[in-house]
Design a protein around this ligand. Sequence first.
Ligand code: IPE
Ligand code: IPE
Ligand code: MG
Length: 247
Amino acid sequence: MRSEEPVSMPRHVAIIMDGNGRWANARGLPRTAGHRAGVERVRETVRTAAEAGVKYLTLFAFSSENWNRPKEEVSDLMGLLRYFIRRDLAELHRENVRVRVIGCRASVQPDIRALLTEAEDRTRDNTGLSLVIAFNYGSRNELARAARSIAEQVKSGALDPASIDETTLASYVDTVGIPDPDLVIRTSGEQRLSNFLLWQTAYSEFVFMPCLWPDFDRQAFHEALAEYCRRDRRFGAVSAPELAVGS
Ligand code: IPE
Ligand code: IPE
Ligand code: MG
């Protein structure tokens, strides 16, 4: 027997925005054109998420491995992040969006670091959608940084190794205070995590979409949300309806 209750909307949606390069290639355009088209989709996606009642939206914008791309492409991507924050921060703030950034800040250019900090500071008290930008983000790097911080606390005597548990680790990763993603969407047909949120996605639902990121429109987003609503999340236990039948 299935419960008649509608499955609730995901509270946290995380998106691996993939396929900009292939979108541009298919049109005989340089990869940058794909990245530019991708930024326009980001705007629409933030709005759609807020309208759908999603509380946290995490976007994978630049991975710690993306530095391995040609210098010009990396520089274009940095330029687009600057452009996005300068152009959209005021509007995000007006729409009550709170911006948070995860990833390693130490190795990004100082002006970008300042922009990211400005975006976080300016929107800190907003109570609407939380937009989490994963920038220079790699989960293995995040976990290594967390392990280092924990080791420093132990060394200084502030933390007892015997007290370290899952909650402790969760409080040292970049996403501290942010609930785990309920739904992870990856566009472009690739079916891998590419070093994204390894710790946080232990019980996330995954939806892989064939469309390339610049083609990810409102309808595609709603399709992914609808697919999520059809899933039966068990977290290692048994379904709620089965429990009801058994009691
Ligand atoms: C995603 O699109 C954007 C970033 C990784 C920054 P890609 O640039 O990876 O596009 P494909 O995968 O080459 O098509
Ligand atoms: C993941 O996409 C990173 C972002 C979307 C920012 P990639 O295109 O870099 O991943 P791989 O190389 O296909 O695994
Ligand atoms: Mg890619």
